[in-house]
Design a protein around this ligand. Sequence first.
Ligand code: PRT
Ligand code: ZN
Length: 286
Amino acid sequence: MSKRLKIAIQKSGRLSEVSLGILKECGIDVKNGKSALLASASNFPLDVLFLRDDDIPEYVADGIADLGILGENVVVESRAKIDIVKRLDFGRCRLSLAVPKSVAYTNITYFNGKKIATSYPNILNDYLAENNVTSEVHEISGSVEIAPNIGLADAICDIVSSGSTLLSNGLREVQVIMKSEAVMVANRYIDAEGCQILDKLLFRINAVMTAKSNKYIVLNAPNDALEDIIRVLPGMKSPTVVPLATKGWSAVHSVLNEETFWDVIDDLKANGAQGILVVPIEKMIV
Ligand code: PRT
Ligand code: ZN
């Protein structure tokens, strides 16, 4: 039997759908869904293991799984000896310290002698030590945000994304400890054959991610405006210019990055571009 890699993803939670979605977008067909603990891809040498996110670092460090997709916050907290091989640009959040709204907070020294509730004791203790702050860290596994209201702690250290959980519990974010996003991790001892499979997988993921952050653009322009329009377009190399049936006009094809997209569109219009078509790109290999 030829070599296969095993990737652990979250069974059910915030990251599960997108994690499976990434594999799907890479053309990897994972059969039995999430009901089973293990599923096999029919068209790629990959098996998918569905786990609680907290278990993934250990499974990958031990080599029970070769790869994993999980929040960077969980990777760092676990202190597992695994490597981050790809940042996946979803599941973005931050791990922050928060105090009751009424507290007059000035700086980190506020936490000296205070009780802080968290599910991230390792990251928090490291952060406090780096800042020469001594606090009483209480590890609790869920509903950290209610700890100050029930008198269990003076402050919390928890994951924040929109901030609405803090707000509805009368808390205020005062210090960001780390920013996090979903990452792919790998066992440190994958053999050469396994590395080839990983490279293939990363190649596909890169193609999918690059495509997502770019758009294909087609526009029409009078030939005398072409020079200005081409100057505005970054493109992969230089844009493709095709003559239109109407004399003196051309169609310009190019690729635009999402970050500069609207500014470039404005410039294109100002330079005489017409009939601008914007099309999503499915895969992009650069
Ligand atoms: O069952 P399992 O152990 O697998 O899942 P879990 O409950 O431990 O994790 P889950 O599914 O909640 O989150 C998985 C990962 O998603 C986390 O490790 C983070 O990397 C990432 N992530 C992104 C978040 C959030 N955003 C998030 N908002 N994880 C948790 N939250 C929680 C947070 O704990 C707090 O209770 O949402 C609340 C805050 O959200 P806002 O929007 O109100 O600020
Ligand atoms: Zn968890």
